[in-house]
Design a protein around this ligand. Structure first.
Ligand code: ASP
Ligand code: MG
Length: 409
């Protein structure tokens, strides 16, 4: 008998039928004797619909009122799910973030959870009640409603699991786990039995959108066992866990992530003297543009080429800044390319294996794919390539590292 926190996302509760399906699932777990805290998102599309209504009224509503509005989506689903549980003869109660209470800071629309008062939940659980909590919302110390940022219900689930010291936090969604790569690109992509928090963080920040990044960070920090599973099919899903002891042979590469949202900018022929990098990047960061990869090479005559990548949405803005800056830096040219993609291999096993990078580069060269930039971390190697070769690159890396094969357990 375990204490489980189960979070159901927007598609899982997207209609009354689907809410009934979730209720059936929850009852089955209850029948097995588990204590259950259920976290739900708003019905799919609802948060966007509410945002649209706000925009009809005014272009820039205050964040405080946005939170009052957006938090209503989850109030609907907790009530409907709880009714569906009652209909099945189960004891259940729903709670808003402010009732539980989930205390956050006061950064409206992107609040952070500070504390959870779990006394009420514990009492209900002890009385045999299923507790249903609204995801994505909390309350600040002055009683103002806050929300946690888009996709924030994952974080609610993990935070509750941490506060209650639950045995597992289960995230139910419309995919049945975390895959070696996007199955829409590689047919032989395989569901992973498990992946480490660190790997999951890399996969998530590189564009694999199964879980909100903050939720993974939170779970890693508090060591909450996290599992991603499908609402619609039975199966073990993927367990996200801390790194295992050394006797277990970790796969060298666990997954391949990619990101099409990047663009590349280069300033050529700038003097290779102290302060140049900061002169280039300072106005970029002042404009609130996030920089991802950075490469600098020394060219001839003490001149250097400086290249970096930004989100594709920021490309034009960054380009304009560099053009203004070029004269001041006595740079030769500013070049840009927004038709690039980043492909990364991720795996904790890389730490203890040599030759991973060269194997990656060889696989790409066999397909005639040119690598424009490279960056590495302890558990990741990323390359920037021409966007048109993205799918080919992902497929060739997936087979070069034999990810289609079941890992030996
Ligand atoms: N309803 C919120 C959103 O759509 C929170 C969530 O679904 O996790 O972003
Ligand atoms: Mg969601």
């Amino acid at each position: 008998m375990a204490l489980l926190v189960q979070k159901f996302g927007g598609t899982s509760v997207g209609s009354v039928d689907r809410i009934e399906n979730v209720a059936d699932k929850v009852c089955k777990f209850r029948d097995e004797g588990h204590d259950l805290v259920i976290v739900v998102s708003a019905m799919s599309g609802e948060t966007n619909r509410l945002t649209g209504l706000a925009k009809e009224v005014m272009e820039h509503p205050t964040p405080r009122e946005m939170d009052v509005l957006l938090s209503t989506g989850e109030q609907v689903t907790i009530a409907l799910l709880t009714m569906a549980l009652h209909k099945r003869g189960y004891d259940a109660r729903s709670y808003l973030g402010t009732q539980v209470r989930i205390l956050t800071d006061d950064s409206h629309t992107k609040a952070r959870i500070l504390d959870i008062d779990n006394q009420r939940i514990h009492e209900d659980l002890k009385a045999g009640c299923i507790v249903v909590v609204a995801g994505f919302q909390g309350v600040d110390e002055h009683g103002n409603i806050t929300t946690l940022g888009r996709g924030g219900s994952d974080t609610t689930g993990v935070a509750l699991a941490a506060a209650l010291q639950a045995d597992e936090c289960q995230i139910y969604t419309d995919v049945d786990g975390v895959y070696t790569t996007d199955p829409r690109i590689v047919d032989s992509a395989r569901r992973l039995e498990s992946i480490t928090f660190e790997e999951m963080l890399e996969m998530a920040s590189l564009g694999s959108k199964v879980l909100q990044i903050r939720a993974v960070e939170f779970a890693g920090k508090y060591n909450v066992p996290l599992r991603v599973l499908s609402t619609f099919e039975d199966g073990p899903g993927t367990l996200i866990r801390i790194e295992e002891d050394e006797n277990m042979e970790a796969p060298v590469v666990s997954g391949i992530a990619f990101n099409r949202d990047e663009a590349k900018l280069t300033v050529t022929g700038v003097p290779d003297i102290p302060g140049v990098a900061s002169k280039i990047l300072k106005p970029i960061s002042d404009a609130n543009i996030e920089v991802d990869m950075i490469v600098q090479n020394v060219g001839e005559d003490n001149l250097t080429d400086f290249t970096f990548t930004v989100h594709r949405n920021e490309f034009k803005k960054a380009y304009a800044i560099l053009e203004r800056l070029a004269q001041e830096l006595s740079a030769q040219t500013v070049k840009g390319d927004d038709k690039i993609a980043k492909v990364s291999i991720v795996g904790v096993g890389m730490r203890s294996h040599a030759g991973v990078a060269s194997k990656m580069f060889e696989a790409l060269s066999q397909e005639g794919i040119n690598i424009q930039m490279i960056s590495t971390s302890e558990i990741k190697i990323s390359v920037v390539i021409d966007e048109k070769y993205l799918e080919l690159a992902v497929r060739s890396l997936h087979s070069a590292f034999e990810l289609q094969k079941e890992a030996v357990e």
